[in-house]
Design a protein around this ligand. Structure first.
Ligand code: NDP
Length: 452
């Protein structure tokens, strides 16, 4: 019999922590898990899930307009934010109980409490209870970061955005990353007047340059007022909203100001320093390929490690940890060639290297098509879909695929398999087209638009 009450104690009930707890319990470990807020973590409670529901909600005005172009006698009525929010809240409640149910069914014990570390084998819960464990897994996620400036306490973040009492008439979105660009599209689609400030030269830094430009143009064409090279100087509350002074001299009142300027790991106040768990500059917990910290009994997965901050990655890291420590199979999560989507409007699907990154690594060919897809062309839209392949000139391997357009996220999931398998341009070419689809363009691009 072990000297500890648990074989594993997990701190944090989000995607990574719950997966690790369940798999470890299935491997026969005695598992405890503490969550201080709501089970499901950022993804379920204030991230991917409610965000995607809002993306769907915001798409309907466009669909109704298109339906008219297709001969339907339909008209767009008003949007009932309260009704939508109530339904969204109910859906999150349902998912939270599914998480609780799954955890309980696996045999793990759940604690609705904050847990901190006392020593390498002991946690203390917020009710004062101390529990010992052979292994401790930290899966506490991250939180939105808001820079310090006059009036910074008046802005909201993605934590509050799902709790709005009413849809704002006007909103300023600050930032140029995933969250900022997604919410600019959401509020624009729902009918708010959206202004977006980004401090740099183009939004979505790190993604393929051509795709970034394509999305920024399309977002503006759809109604987002995007100001590049622009930042907030000060925010002051006024009647009906907030007066914002911008670095470009602009001064304007917005009903709401949403900051999406990055996220930071939730590592403070856990007791890490006293035990000597190594953290990085951003507060991220430093781990090896097997998610083990410098203290052998303590592991960490997900956003708190600031590796690749995506739900499926946290899940894989949690699963690999549980298999390694409790399942007798040494496994690490593979962080290479991760397909992902940004739910901007239009959507971005991407896997592998951007043209810029690939060009730095060696000679490449770029295949690219920008065309008006049948469905929206018929409805009278000018917006183009972008499909791009970045190919290694030597090995012929497809190094990167970048798609902008409807269902890009769905498409990139399947293309990601081919790219992960090491498919060459010729593998794409000998695959028969599926007609008539947008995606057929991926297997019919004959000549490179450029080489580099
Ligand atoms: P990102 O890191 O993607 O973007 C942060 C943005 O804020 C950047 O444009 C950055 O500018 C800007 N910024 C940072 N600091 C400041 C500052 N002091 N003043 C003004 N602007 C600033 O973070 P997000 O918050 O958008 O998202 C966090 C993470 O969540 C993402 O990295 C992603 O991993 C995950 N996520 C994934 C989604 C998906 O898969 N669809 C959806 C949402 C989130 P600069 O570029 O100049 O640094």
């Amino acid at each position: 019999m072990s000297q500890f009450e648990y074989d594993l104690f997990v701190i944090g009930g989000g995607s990574g922590g719950v997966r690790a707890a369940r798999i470890a319990a299935e491997h026969g470990a005695r598992v405890g898990l503490a969550e201080e807020y709501r089970m499901g973590g950022t993804c379920v409670i204030r991230g991917c899930v409610p965000k995607k529901l809002m993306v769907y909600a915001s798409g309907y005005p466009g669909h109704v307009g298109d339906a008219r172009e297709y001969g339907w006698d339909v008209r767009l009525g008003g949007f009932d934010w309260a009704a939508f929010r109530a339904k969204m809240d109910a859906e999150l409640d349902r998912l939270e109980s599914a998480y609780r149910g799954n955890l309980a069914r696996s045999g793990a014990a759940g604690f609705d409490a904050r847990a901190t570390l006392v020593d390498p084998h002991t946690v203390e819960l917020s009710d004062g209870q101390r529990l010992s464990a052979a292994h401790i897994l930290i899966a506490t996620g991250g939180h939105p970061f808001v820079p310090d400036f006059p009036g910074s306490d008046h802005v909201m973040t993605s934590n509050e955005v799902f709790k709005l009492d009413a849809l704002p008439e006007s909103i300023l979105v600050v930032g140029g990353g995933y969250i900022a660009c997604e919410f600019a599209g959401i509020f624009n689609g729902l009918g708010s007047k959206v202004t977006q400030f980004y401090r740099g030269a183009q939004v979505l830094r790190g993604f393929d340059g051509e795709a970034r430009g394509h999305i920024a143009d399309a977002m503006q064409a759809r109604g987002v007022e995007l100001h590049l090279g622009t930042n907030v100087m000060a925010v002051t509350p006024v009647e009906g909203g907030y007066r914002v002074k911008a670095s470009n001299g602009m001064e304007q009142v917005f009903e709401k100001v949403l900051y999406a300027t990055g996220r930071k790991p939730n590592s403070a106040g856990l007791g890490l320093e006293a035990i000597g768990v190594e953290t990085g500059r951003n507060g991220e917990i430093v781990v090896d390929d097997y998610s083990q910290t410098n203290i052998p009994s303590i592991y960490a997965v997900g956003d708190v490690t600031d590796r690749v901050n995506l739900t499926p990655v946290a899940i894989r890291e949690g699963h690999a940890f549980a298999d390694t420590v409790f399942g007798g199979t040494q496994r690490s999560a593979d962080h290479d060639l991760i397909p992902s989507a940004v739910f901007t409007q239009p959507e971005l699907g991407t896997v592998g290297l951007s043209e810029e990154a690939a060009r730095d690594a060696g000679p490449i060919e770029v295949y690219c098509a920008a065309f008006r897809p049948m469905q929206s062309l018929f409805a009278g839209h000018d917006e183009r879909v972008l499909m791009k392949l970045v190919v290694c000139a030597d090995t012929r391997k497809v190094l990167g695929v970048h798609l902008v357009g409807d269902h890009a996220g769905e498409m990139i999931q399947t293309i990601g398999i081919a790219v992960k398998m090491g498919a060459t341009k010729e593998d794409f070419d000998r695959t028969m087209a599926v007609h008539p689809t947008m995606a057929e363009e991926l297997v019919t691009m004959k000549s490179p638009v450029r080489t580099a």
